[in-house]
Design a protein around this ligand. Structure first.
Ligand code: NAP
Length: 234
């Protein structure tokens, strides 16, 4: 939001709660108030998602509702916030995000898909949830390239200012780290008593995370702020 405002846009922030400056209420799951919320807009950054609820209803059907609601004559660019690896990691939420991408790429609207890696604060949340008393279990050999959410927002604003690519671009963090290394860094900074235990996890999903399924490709744009800097608050 601040990144788009700094780029000179008058921003309307749409969600069910309509929270924040310029907030308007609308629901992608039902289409309620959607037409009014997007009336007159020429740029959309679509980041709405419901990973813990029903992403097929919100992310996929909701994106279809959004496509219907937008004024094609007026819209100059729709930037969709997606996740690196949605095309290759066999997980239900990622499949829904990939389907939402397909809805947009087939819509005839001027779109760019931006796939981003995991936000630093999201890694913190995952690790905090995984901790069981003094033990912090993590999947062995999973790899990630977490990114600063502010840098990701800046990249989205930059992409929004370019012509639509009708394609996918990627944005990732500066370094690739094993889940166990992320966990050790997190534990040292936040839960010094916690002991990291890397455990082998079987299955296709785990194999995808081990095999670099969520790592940005060689042409990806990269942020600069490391996970260690995030933990230090630097
Ligand atoms: N978390 C990560 O590490 C990560 C990494 C890469 C990409 N992404 C992508 O980045 C985007 C934002 O992720 P996030 O983790 O910041 O998610 P988040 O905090 O859960 O934000 C999701 C937003 O969607 C809105 N929303 C949910 N259901 C809605 C509905 N039915 N109608 C309208 N708005 C709705 C929510 O607001 P209300 O609750 O007020 O409706 C909220 O503002 C997502 O598209 C996600 O896939 C996330």
């Amino acid at each position: 939001m601040p990144a788009l405002q700094q780029a000179g846009h008058a921003v309307r922030q749409m969600s069910r709660r309509g929270a924040g400056p310029g907030g308007v209420r609308a629901d992608l799951a039902t289409g309620r108030d959607l037409a009014a919320a997007v009336r007159g807009v020429d740029l959309v950054v679509h980041a709405a998602s419901d990973p813990r609820g029903d992403p097929w209803q919100v992310d996929v059907a909701g994106t279809r509702r959004l496509v219907q609601a937008l004024d094609r004559a007026r819209l100059q660019h729709l930037v969709y916030v997606s996740i690196v690896g949605v095309d290759r990691v066999p997980w239900g939420y990622y499949r829904a995000k990939f389907s939402a991408e397909q809805v947009l790429l087939a819509s005839g609207l001027p779109v760019t898909i931006v796939r981003i890696t995991q936000f630093h604060h999201f890694v913190d949340e995952l690790l905090s949830t995984a901790r069981r008393g003094p033990v912090l279990p993590v999947p062995m050999s999973w790899q990630a390239a977490p990114v600063d959410v502010g840098e990701a927002a800046g990249f989205l604003a930059e992409v929004a200012g370019r012509p639509p690519s009708a394609d996918v671009v990627e944005f990732g963090g500066p370094e690739v780290l094993a889940a166990a290394d992320l966990a050790r860094a997190w534990a040292a900074a936040r839960e010094p008593g916690a002991r990291v235990v890397a455990t082998p996890l079987p299955g296709r999903l785990s194999a995808a995370f081990r095999g670099g399924g969520v790592l940005p490709g060689p042409r990806a744009a990269r942020g600069r702020r490391t996970y260690a800097e995030h933990l230090r608050g630097a």
